[in-house]
Design a protein around this ligand. Structure first.
Ligand code: MRU
Length: 350
């Protein structure tokens, strides 16, 4: 297996009795790790975006559930299982859109089938959470390999939000090809949309890519059309939070705008996502729950008010890109392109 050397810190580190979490709220100014020792602290870290990005949320929630299980004092396996179910539901309520969250939690719960004792259950839960993180790194590397195959030397590629290393176990999804390109001496340039209102593009994507010496240029979101035209952008690549059975894809608010621009400029629009981001139980994008967040994210910048008191605010954190605007969905299993309904059902049929 190829090893790629770059210096981005891990976002989640399991410490047996606590979780060490890179505080993404403070990046790029401060690189600090929070020590989370309770399930409530894990819920709060996910809800307040101290950790964010679909796979990283799933990994953190899995460790949070394992942590709560290790602290469980139940006398019977039945009582332990009941607490586990309640803690699973509690963590699942921290954010609604990224399906990786419930995917990871349910994977832990399912790992307990045929478990005979509480101690065995605790060991299995920790093992499963670690496994999810280990697998995600390899999955992201494979996504990067596949994504790299659609880019040419010298390409300028636009992205939004942060679907990078700190949003996953390593490498990222949409950003993975840029790390792998470095290793293979393929010159790719990234144009990062700032990603209002939380600025994941400005704060996180630029920070990540600059540390790995990837060529990155920051633009505000409303510069996208002009930039595609004037800088000759060759493709757009984004991550995903949930992909419905027909390929409709929820991702950071503003993604749908970019997909429409890609169509207008006749350039490819790629979604990069692991299979854990697919939700084949949901028929189409209209049924994906879209998180609406605090109005202050829109009316304030860094705690400074920029809008009149009392103004009405609409703050959806995600939008849904219809599958017909997606050139390809890049997964660890390869690139899906064409009739997504059929391709996704094939992928999830045993
Ligand atoms: O609100 P966020 O920052 O959690 O939103 C993140 C995104 O939309 C990412 O693009 C997505 O989760 C994929 S991360 C590999």
């Amino acid at each position: 297996m190829a090893t790629t050397k770059f210096t981005i810190p891990r976002s989640v580190i399991w410490k047996d009795e606590s979780i060490s979490l890179l505080n993404q709220q403070k990046i790029p100014h401060v690189t600090e790790y929070l020590e989370l020792t309770t399930i409530e602290a894990v819920w709060e870290a996910i809800q307040t975006l101290k950790v964010r990005g679909a796979p990283a949320i799933g990994i953190t929630a899995a460790y949070g559930l394992a942590l709560s299980a290790l602290q469980d004092q139940s006398n019977s396996l039945e009582a332990f299982q009941l607490n586990l179910k309640q803690n699973r539901d509690y963590l699942a309520s921290s954010r609604p859109t990224a399906v990786n969250l419930v995917w990871a939690l349910d994977r832990l719960v399912t790992s307990l089938v045929e478990t005979k004792s509480i101690n065995e259950a605790k060991t299995k839960l920790v093992h499963e959470a670690i496994q999810i993180q280990v697998e995600d790194e390899e999955v992201c590397r494979l996504i990067g390999e596949h994504a790299l195959s659609v880019f040419n030397d010298g390409d300028r590629i636009m992205t939004i939000c942060n679907a990078g290393s700190i949003a996953t176990a390593k490498y990222g999804t949409a950003l993975a090809p840029f790390y792998l390109a470095k290793e293979k001496n393929k010159a790719l340039s990234v144009f990062a949309c700032e990603t209002r209102p939380v600025f994941q593009g400005a704060r996180l994507t630029t920070w990540e890519l600059m540390q790995a010496d990837v060529d990155v240029t920051l633009i505000t979101d409303n510069m996208a059309a002009h930039t595609i035209k004037s800088k000759k952008i060759s493709a757009i690549i984004v991550g995903a939070d949930r992909i419905a059975a027909n390929g409709d894809t929820a991702n950071k608010i503003g993604t749908f705008n970019l997909a429409l621009l890609a169509k207008s400029f006749n350039i490819p629009f790629y979604v990069a996502a692991p299979l854990s981001t697919f939700d084949p139980s949901i028929s189409d994008g209209n049924k994906i729950p879209i998180e609406e967040r605090n109005p202050e994210e829109v009316t304030e910048v860094n705690g400074v008010r920029i809008a009149p008191e009392g103004v009405k605010v609409f703050n959806p954190a995600f939008d849904v890109t219809p599958s017909e605007l997606i050139t390809g969905i890049i997964t660890e299993k390869g690139i899906l392109s064409g009739d997504y309904q059929v391709l996704i059902s094939e992928l999830f049929t045993l």
